[in-house]
Ligand binder design. Structure first.
Ligand code: BES
Ligand code: MN
Ligand code: ZN
Length: 475
């Protein structure tokens, strides 16, 4: 347990942290009067203004014990939002370990969800394959007058985020399609949703030929993972979630160069995101009905690989000329979309996919691309991200982009022009949503960090996006 709320405290801590805005520096009640005076003098002497991420450490003695007090500045109250508040707390706490008592000086800012989220984020490390594991953690006792709910949403989602990170950080020989399916079954039991696994025979019977073309060459066989959560028996409305589940993407015969291939264990980031959303919805007992589908497979090479130039069938019935086997994500997603629409009869769909490098050219590495056939739904999803450290931006979906996937010999081709690449991919998917309300999230930039982002600054999975999907569905 790295986070706990307390009303009062008896323990002695390694550090006492107070988060304060620059509007007024308020010292907590637990500081004795004579010490308060001393602290005020130190603040003055050092010209501490509590600007954002400004910090001052003061050592005192209280009740015969040495007390390390740390004041962390948050800047002006009116400029604070859930994103920069997280950033400032993260900046100041990230190098600490041990027991910390923490509170907001100003009661208006009191927010256990944000603190719990940041603490979990700080403590995460993917050290499974390191001989020396992380053994020092930050343990925060959060001092608050507020009523503490049984489940603190920010904390529960932060723990689920670490599951999402683990799934994405795991390498592809360990996280095969079968292993991902098994993991989904375990999580279903733990969090409370039903999981059905379809093997390739069942997928073939369903006509998922496009997906199975991608999966054909790999030694590790494909599995379709269907997860169902019923949170409101009285309602017939079903939210659909689809995640791209490429446990590895070599590019297929249109082979990727080594540098591009190196990170491709993350190509099931969409699947991990949606599995995370399922865990969160079930854990928080959200009163909605949700079905999630992941058509998991590996895009490999071999004598049985699908080829550039092949024309393939889809579950939907349209034919596709494969012009690049590295545009495989969309070929798996279209069958997952058809499956979830026709077989699971969902009313609307959100998909998440590490779909295109082009989305990073368009938006950079910190912003998820949002593509939708329904502007209102897109806005609602983007609004749902406000509370989290997650950025989204809606991209255009003009029909003029459709010209890029025209084919001479099939209904369409899977690769458009490099121009507008992320939109081309989205427009391709749109052909398979059968008019249903649909939002596509291209997370190729945001699923995995190279360490440059100020908040997701550990190399590896960021574990984000599922929170926004959760908030969107929760409504
Ligand atoms: N999985 C990749 C996209 C990707 C790139 C994800 C970098 C994460 C980081 C996807 O399957 C892919 O290879 N897309 C191609 C499409 C192209 C061939 C039309 C791309 O983006 O180059
Ligand atoms: Mn690819
Ligand atoms: Zn891919």
């Amino acid at each position: 347990m790295s986070f706990k709320c307390v009303k009062k405290f008896e323990n002695s801590y390694d550090r006492y942290v107070v988060l304060t805005s620059s509007d007024k520096i308020i010292l907590p009640d637990y500081i004795k009067k004579e010490n308060k005076k001393f602290i005020e003098d130190v603040i003055k002497k050092n010209d501490f203004k509590a600007k954002s991420s400004e910090k001052i450490e003061i050592t005192l003695q209280q009740d015969k014990k040495v007390m390390n007090l740390i004041l962390i500045g948050l800047g002006e109250k009116k400029a604070l939002n859930p994103k920069n508040t997280r950033q400032y707390i993260y900046d100041c706490l990230k190098d600490y370990t041990g027991k910390v008592l923490l509170n907001f000086a100003d009661k208006d800012l009191d927010n256990m969800d944000i603190v719990a989220d940041v603490v979990e984020h700080i403590n995460y490390k993917f050290d499974k394959y390191l001989s020396k594991k992380k053994d020092k953690f930050l343990e925060v006792e959060y001092l608050t007058d507020k009523k503490v709910p049984k489940l603190i949403e920010g904390y529960e989602l932060a723990k689920i985020s670490n599951i999402v990170k683990d799934l994405i950080n795991e390498h592809s020989e360990a996280l095969t399609p079968k292993a991902l399916a098994d993991k989904a079954v375990d999580l279903g039991k733990e969090f409370g949703f039903e999981v059905e696994i379809l093997d390739e025979k069942k997928a073939a019977k369903l006509g998922m030929k496009s997906y199975l073309s991608v999966a054909r060459a790999a030694f590790h066989r494909p599995y379709v993972i269907v997860m169902r959560y019923v949170g409101n028996k009285a309602s017939k409305y079903i939210h659909g979630l689809v995640g791209k589940g490429l446990t590895y993407d070599t590019g297929g015969l249109s082979l990727k160069p080594n540098d591009s291939m190196l990170g491709m264990k993350q190509d099931m980031g969409g699947a991990a995101t949606m599995i995370g959303a399922m865990c969160a919805l079930a854990k928080m007992k959200v009163k909605k009905n949700v079905i999630c589908v992941v058509a998991a497979c590996e895009n490999s090479i071999g004598p049985n690989a699908y080829r550039p130039g092949d024309v393939i069938d889809t579950m939907n019935g349209k034919t596709v000329e494969v012009t690049n086997t590295d545009a495989e994500g969309r070929l798996t997603l279209i069958d997952a979309l058809t499956y979830i629409i026709r077989k699971e009869k969902v009313d609307e769909i959100v998909d998440a996919a590490t779909l295109t490098g082009a989305v990073m050219i368009a938006l950079g590495e910190d912003v998820t691309g949002v593509f939708s056939n329904d502007n209102e739904a897109a806005k609602k999803l983007i609004d749902a991200s406000e509370n989290w450290y997650e950025y989204f931006w809606q991209m255009p979906m003009y029909d003029t982009y459709k010209r890029y996937f025209k084919s001479d010999i099939a209904d369409m081709q899977n690769t458009g022009s490099r121009m507008g690449g992320s939109v081309n991919a989205a427009k391709f998917l749109e052909e398979f949503v059968e008019g249903k309300k649909w939002i596509h999230l291209d997370i190729a930039g945001t699923a995995f960090s190279n360490g440059g982002n100020p908040y997701y600054n550990k190399k590896g999975a960021t574990g984000q996006v599922f929170r926004t999907v959760y908030s969107y569905i929760k409504g």
